[in-house]
Design a protein. Structure first.
Length: 318
């Protein structure tokens, strides 16, 4: 792999060039107007057409795209075909695609999951992983990092309120200082740091070939987490519909950087678009209408995030 860049390093470069926005293609059929769905043989066909049009229209505003597999599994076999073709469309457009699958199993099962998402019909550049069955669950995916340049984002501190049930639990051992508690998420982070040392040369050049998921819905430890893992690239959920603020995301974008996901706020932008009010009330929305609205929302999100980064930099310089 020495002659081929790792997917995470490519993503870091793309986000530096095109901005930190990650467009989430968590495209539930309910996110499309009924009159648009009726234009197609099935809901999954409508979703695929929307995804393809959005990739073409908004790709210049996004550092990458993330595809959440659950929405496609819920549509059955045709949904999984839609999922595969969506991944292919992102990669064909020259963008990094993250498969949000949150896998985390052991032994041969983990190896099968790695093959499923790094080869064949469901091939992605990067996947999301759940480490709660132990770090051995990561090994089959890390093999693809080494032999095929793939990447992974491992759950660290997620964006949902319930993350405090487990991720924030305090352990008996102390944290960085004797006065600070050591949480479950700190133990995970320490283990990932140890694994990252395998890739010391690559970490020195910008970022490690795998990163972590850190949500932007909690401000209290955002700076501490960013400084604690300076060489890890962050996947940052929670911005937009989940209420995460751009100023928190900007803090998490420091150091090695990251990519900030927005899904529903972009996919359903047409629902709050004043320019579409008349067509919406008349039930006459077109595919072009909702795609253009989503592209405008993506541009606005990108501008919001870049503005927050600029404000943070200005504050630090003052």
């Amino acid at each position: 792999m020495k002659n081929q860049p790792y997917a995470m390093m490519r993503l870091q470069a793309d986000c530096a060039e095109k901005g930190p926005l990650c467009i989430g293609l968590d495209t539930d059929p309910s996110y499309l107007p009924p009159e648009v769905i009726r234009m197609f043989p099935s809901a999954s066909d409508a979703v695929l057409a929307y995804n393809r049009a959005l990739i073409a229209s908004a790709g210049t505003h996004a550092g990458c795209f993330k595809v959440q597999i659950a929405y496609y599994e819920a549509m059955g076999l045709k949904g999984l075909e839609c999922y595969a073709k969506t991944l292919q469309a992102v990669r064909a457009a020259g963008c990094v695609v993250i498969a949000d699958v949150k896998r985390g199993d052991i032994a041969d099962t983990a190896k099968a999951y790695a093959r499923a998402h790094f080869e064949g019909d469901f091939e992605a550049d990067i996947v999301t992983l759940n480490p709660y069955m132990g770090f051995e669950t990561l090994d089959p995916f890390l093999e693809y990092v080494e032999k095929a340049g793939k990447g992974a984002f491992v759950l660290l501190r997620t964006s949902n309120p319930g993350m405090k049930d487990i991720e924030w639990l305090e352990l008996a051992e102390r944290g960085v200082t004797p006065a600070s508690p050591r949480r479950v998420l700190d133990a995970i982070g320490s283990g990932l740091e140890t694994i990252a040392k395998r890739y010391g040369d690559f970490a020195a050049s910008g970022c490690a070939p795998f990163g972590v998921v850190v949500g932007c819905t909690e401000e209290g430890d955002a700076r501490a987490l960013r400084d604690r893992y300076p060489g890890l690239f962050f996947l940052i959920p929670g911005y937009g519909a989940q209420g995460g603020a751009a100023r928190i995301a900007a803090t998490l974008l420091d150091r090695a950087g990251g990519t900030v996901n927005s899904s529903r706020a972009i996919l359903t932008a047409w629902k709050k678009d004043p320019a579409l009010d008349i067509a919406m009330r008349a039930g006459e929305l077109s595919m072009d209408d909702i795609v253009e609205s989503a592209a405008r929302a993506a541009f606005a999100a990108k501008a919001d995030l870049l503005g927050a980064k600029k404000s943070l930099a200005a504050g630090g310089a003052s």
